[in-house]
Design a protein around this ligand. Structure first.
Ligand code: SF4
Ligand code: SF4
Length: 146
C-alpha cells in the first residue's frame, strides 16, 4: 500500500510522540458521565422547592418568563405547584421572585429523556385535608390557576 512508502512513513514519524503520549498519558477530558460532574459556581440546574417554606403565593409562577410554573389552587390554602421542565429556561427568575426562599436552582442535572410527560413534576403540594387540619375549618371549594 502507498501509505507504507518510506517517504510517507518519514513524514508520519513526527506524530509518534503525540500518539504515545495520548495512549499512555493522563486523561485530558472530563470524567463525566463516568464520574461526578465538575460544575461551575452558581450552576443553574434542577428547579427544587422546599415544601416547608413554600406558602403557595404564586409569585414564582406569575413572574416566570417561560410559563414553566403553574400554581393550581384547590381552596384558599390548598395548592399544587407544577414545573414544566421542557419549558424552563433555567433563568433563575423564580428564585428572585420568591420572598420566602422556598425555590432554588440546585446543582443537579435534569436527566435526559425521550418522554415529555416525565418532564412535568409537582414541586410542592398542599392538599385540602392538610389545609383543614392546619386551619381547623373548611374553605369554600374552588379552583383557579395562574
Ligand atoms: S428558572 Fe426561569 S424559566 Fe425556569 S421556572 Fe424559574 S423563572 Fe421559569
Ligand atoms: S416557591 Fe415561593 S414564590 Fe413560589 S409559590 Fe412557593 S412561596 Fe410562592
Amino acid at each position: 500500500m502507498r501509505i507504507f512508502q518510506p517517504s510517507r512513513l518519514r513524514r508520519l514519524a513526527h506524530l509518534l510522540p503525540e500518539l504515545v503520549q495520548s495512549l499512555l498519558g493522563e486523561r485530558e477530558t472530563v470524567e463525566y458521565p463516568f464520574g461526578p460532574a465538575e460544575l461551575p459556581p452558581n450552576h443553574r440546574g434542577e428547579v427544587q422547592v422546599d415544601a416547608e417554606l413554600c406558602r403557595g403565593c404564586g409569585a414564582c409562577a406569575r413572574d416566570c418568563p417561560a410559563s414553566a410554573l403553574t400554581l393550581e389552587r384547590d381552596g384558599r390554602n390548598a395548592y399544587r405547584l407544577i414545573h414544566y421542565r421542557d419549558r424552563c429556561a433555567y433563568c433563575g427568575q423564580c428564585t428572585d421572585s420568591c420572598r420566602f426562599g422556598a425555590i432554588r436552582l440546585a446543582d443537579t442535572f435534569v436527566p435526559a429523556t425521550t418522554r415529555r410527560d416525565v418532564l412535568t413534576v409537582i414541586l410542592a403540594e398542599k392538599r385540602p385535608e392538610e389545609e383543614s387540619e392546619t386551619q381547623g375549618c373548611s374553605d369554600k371549594p374552588g379552583a383557579e390557576s395562574d
